[in-house]
Design a protein around this ligand. Structure first.
Ligand SMILES: Nc1ncnc2c1ncn2[C@@H]1O[C@H](COP(=O)(O)OP(=O)(O)O)[C@@H](O)[C@H]1O
Ligand SMILES: [Mg+2]
Length: 257
């Protein structure tokens, strides 16, 4: 024996310690102090394998808790900073996720059960990041395994760059143009973000789009509607700071009509 499962059993017994916040967690000790709903047994196994393969050396504080996922700060074996996004299996709204997935021809054949849906969701974000990273600024995807996605960490001093929402637009015209240009480049390469807003844009040295799990290829049924919504969200946000062009006009520009 002496396999991974043995280790997992040992870790299981440590489960009563809860409440990870910002202390360093490493592979020998503390990884499973966190909440059960994130680190269920299969997720622990996935993380454990990623640790054995060097993709994760350490995990520290939780960066964000979202509707479907929790994001953690970590480092890989080479000391490179990573963001580890863990999609919760238990508490996800998988019916909604499933309906979003199968509208995308790439994932039409996804099995309709919770695990398949959540795993495919993580894989979809990974694939979308891969496509997007060729043409715009996004966190570089490293690996997706089951419900865990590892990507480049975007931030400073272990803190993510702030979202557009929290930053007073310094040069709104320029930022607006850059964002529309990124939407256009993404569309030209065949992808629509589909969940774009001031929350899913991080403002570092560059402007980064994040959160690509809903991203859909442009010949899926809903792609045009999603594109329109993305443009409207961005236009609405910037209308607080500048005279914005009519979103339909911007849309025509993106579609090259
Ligand atoms: N690659 C990353 N680098 C740094 N922080 C990140 C990264 N990805 C996500 N985050 C942080 O986690 C938050 C939630 O991530 P996001 O992908 O938008 O998930 P959700 O689906 O929960 O909205 C972001 O607002 C950001 O603060
Ligand atoms: Mg988000």
């Amino acid at each position: 024996m002496g396999g991974i499962e043995d280790h997992i059993d040992v870790y299981e017994k440590k489960e009563d310690i809860r409440g990870l916040k910002s202390e360093r967690v490493n592979k020998d000790s503390d990884i499973f102090k966190v909440r059960d709903e994130v680190f269920d047994q299969s997720t622990r196994l996935t993380i454990f394998k990623l640790m054995n393969n060097g993709y994760i050396e350490s995990l520290s504080g939780e960066i964000a808790t979202g509707k479907e996922a929790n994001v953690f700060y970590g480092k890989n074996r080479d000391g490179k900073e990573i963001a580890v996004k863990i999609y919760r299996i238990a508490t996800s709204n998988f019916n909604k996720m499933y309906s979003y997935l199968v509208g995308d021809p790439r994932f039409y054949y996804t099995k309709k059960d919770k695990r398949s849906t959540v795993f495919t969701w993580a894989k979809r974000e990974f694939k979308n990041l891969k496509i997007a990273s060729e043409v715009i600024n996004v966190p570089k995807p490293i690996i997706a395994r089951n419900n865990v996605l590892i990507m480049e960490f975007l931030g400073k001093n272990m803190k993510p760059y702030p979202p557009l929402k929290e930053i007073k637009a310094k040069n709104p015209e320029k930022e607006f143009d850059t964002i529309i240009e990124s939407i256009t480049k993404l569309y030209d390469t065949g992808l629509v973000h589909a969940d774009l807003s001031e929350y899913n844009i991080l403002m570092g040295k560059k402007i980064y789009f994040i959160d690509f799990a809903q991203g859909t290829i442009k010949n899926s049924i809903m792609a045009q509607d999603f594109l329109k919504r993305d443009v409207e969200n961005i236009t609405k946000y910037f209308s607080n700071y500048m005279d914005v062009p009519n979103p339909d006009e911007t849309l025509r520009g993106i579609l090259n009509e």
